[in-house]
Design a protein around this ligand. Sequence first.
Ligand code: GLU
Length: 308
Amino acid sequence: MSGGRTYRGRLAPSPTGHLHLGHARTFWTAQERAQGQGGVLVLRNEDLDRQRCKPEFVSAMLEDLRWFGFHWVEGPDVGGPHAPYTQSERMPLYRTAFERLRAGGFLYPCTCSRQDVLRALQAPHQGEDEPVYPGTCRGREKSFKLGVSGLEFDASNPQPQTPNSKPSWRFRVSDGQAVSFHDGQLGPQTFVAGADFGDFVVWRNDDLPAYQLACVVDDAAMGITEVVRGADLLASTARQLLLYEALGLKAPAFHHCPLMTDERGVRLAKRHDALSLRVLRVRGVSPAELRAGWIRGELSSNLGTPMP
Ligand code: GLU
């Protein structure tokens, strides 16, 4: 229990590939923290990226997690009071939050076609964080008006250079604002808006919420009291704290785990097939051995060489 509230933690994998040992280690911390506090562990299927998420990865994800020894009491396969637990089935919640942010004047439409708009569906892991947006479309709200098919370019106010493209929507940060929080694992953290991250996409021009918004909406709606995830998402936490504030939602506590890297110091990713839970299982390695290995600080010396 924390502050009288039952501890609620979550595992939030994206079914874009097979889970690997790095996921398992972070998730194990999440599970241990939930169990240690007599709390509840929720599984959420973060499948908003339609191009990369595949049904076969969802079933593999459930199977691999169970094999490894994870137990969730709410989730896509078991239901629960905050169902559905699959993000693609929760669109109305994201849309409502988006409309609230837009009505509150926190957002502006952006017609820049940039990699960060394309990538906004995924959590930005190490080396994937977007460059600080230069603010090209800041102040362009007036160039769009609400029309029958949603937001349309207003020809009487012809600022944007790409009038026919649907805009994505960015959250406007206050340049120079320090966003600070206490991390349960790493201690005090501070990120400066406009320097460490810029105006970020919350709604994409193909009508999907960005990871940052969907994550905040779900963690709040599911009553999550502590978010346990990889340290590469620290700057995402700073962005998300701004969204909690703008939406008037209570932010959870945060606990960011050190990343697992291969022998070359590269963060484990879904391309490290040799370290996927699937491959390890087929090779007859047991979850207990794997856990004992990471406690001893070993990774793959006896598990095979990660693929480049
Ligand atoms: N689905 C995200 C990922 O797998 C979750 C990030 C988070 O824990 O907030 O990267």
